[in-house]
Design a protein around this ligand. Structure first.
Ligand code: MEV
Length: 307
């Protein structure tokens, strides 16, 4: 059984989505492929299955598989701990393959089980990454049911409603700082701020409002407005304390040729994104200040079972 899944970037609403605020993400054309075959022992890429190095795969097996041992082979174009959803990508591809072996790899089942695996592994978070990587295209997560509803997810009294979102063919450049961001740590850091400060809670609500404001310009391909909202979202993320000196430099460098630029994902390292008509110039500007640039395209395909 071979399956694959795209990566993702969050356009609006990271961190706020953990508290049930709206967020928007798109799938990217960098993919992870997983092949599973029945075998006499569990292995991943020739090594014995290991709690530390193969946490997502191990937990997917624990939660979803009670058949014969499996030989698992993975290949990924997604840089790890980058904010591009490498963990969601490997999780969804693995879950799709395991459910595929059982004949149960339909979209909602893949999405809900992938969220369970990611949450079990990280101990926190929202379903935005796993939903986007499962569905492909654009995703709107909100706190109520709207048009193009796909499925809903509940955890610890927070309910997220997942929707398909039509997005134009955005030209994005992702800049990777090379500093690995640790998502659960950043989510815990923001939670501490959120719990003791009304100011932090107001920022989280404001990020949710910015996300909702972005829906119409996305539908109308109003790149100038989308860019402005990205910049505003970035200022609020910076106040939440999830930026990093190199992210700031890359964002500044990218802005000269962009509609807008912001941190994407958990931050604290990881990645930024820029919306632009000049992908080459932005990529060059990011690399000049020490980042690694990826000119990415939105993936219309979510997870896929190849055999
Ligand atoms: C990570 O890609 C996005 C966060 O909002 C965490 C989450 O929603 O699971 C930081």
């Amino acid at each position: 059984m071979i399956s694959s899944a795209p990566s993702k970037v969050i356009l609006f609403g990271e961190h706020a989505v953990v508290y049930g605020e709206p967020a928007i993400a798109v799938a990217l054309n960098l993919r992870t492929t997983v092949m599973v075959e029945r075998a006499s022992d569990y292995s991943v890429n020739g090594y014995p299955l290991n709690d530390r190095y193969h946490r997502y795969i191990k937990n997917a097996i624990t939660l979803l598989w009670d058949g014969d041992p499996l030989k698992i082979t993975t290949a990924s174009a997604v840089p790890s701990a980058s904010g591009m959803g490498s963990s969601a990508s490997i999780t969804v591809a693995t879950v799709a393959a395991l459910l595929g072996l059982k004949g149960e790899a339909y979209e909602k089942n893949v999405a809900l089980n992938s969220f369970e695996v990611e949450y079990f592994t990280q101990g926190s978070g929202s379903p935005i990454d796993t939903s986007t990587v499962t569905h492909g295209k654009g995703i709107l997560v909100s706190n109520r049911m709207m048009d193009n509803f796909l499925w809903s997810v509940e955890k610890n009294k927070t309910r997220w409603y997942i929707h398909h979102l039509e997005v134009p063919p955005l030209k994005l450049v992702v800049g990777f700082s090379g500093v690995k961001g640790h998502t659960p740590e950043m989510v815990r850091k923001v939670r501490r701020f959120y719990e003791w400060s009304t100011f932090a809670r107001d920022i989280i609500k404001e990020i949710g409002k910015i996300t909702m404001m972005a829906i119409e310009p996305l539908e109308n391909e109003d790149y100038v407005r989308i860019g402005e909202l990205m910049d505003r979202n970035n200022r609020l993320l910076t106040i939440l304390g999830v930026s990093h000196p190199l992210l700031k430099k890359m964002i500044e460098a990218a802005r000269k040729h962009s509609y807008g630029a912001k941190i994407t994902g958990a931050g604290g390292g990881g990645c930024m994104i820029a919306l632009t008509d000049e992908q080459d110039e932005v990529a060059r500007a990011i690399e000049e200040v020490g980042g690694k640039a990826y000119k990415v395209k939105i993936s219309q395909k979510g997870y896929e079972i190849q055999s």
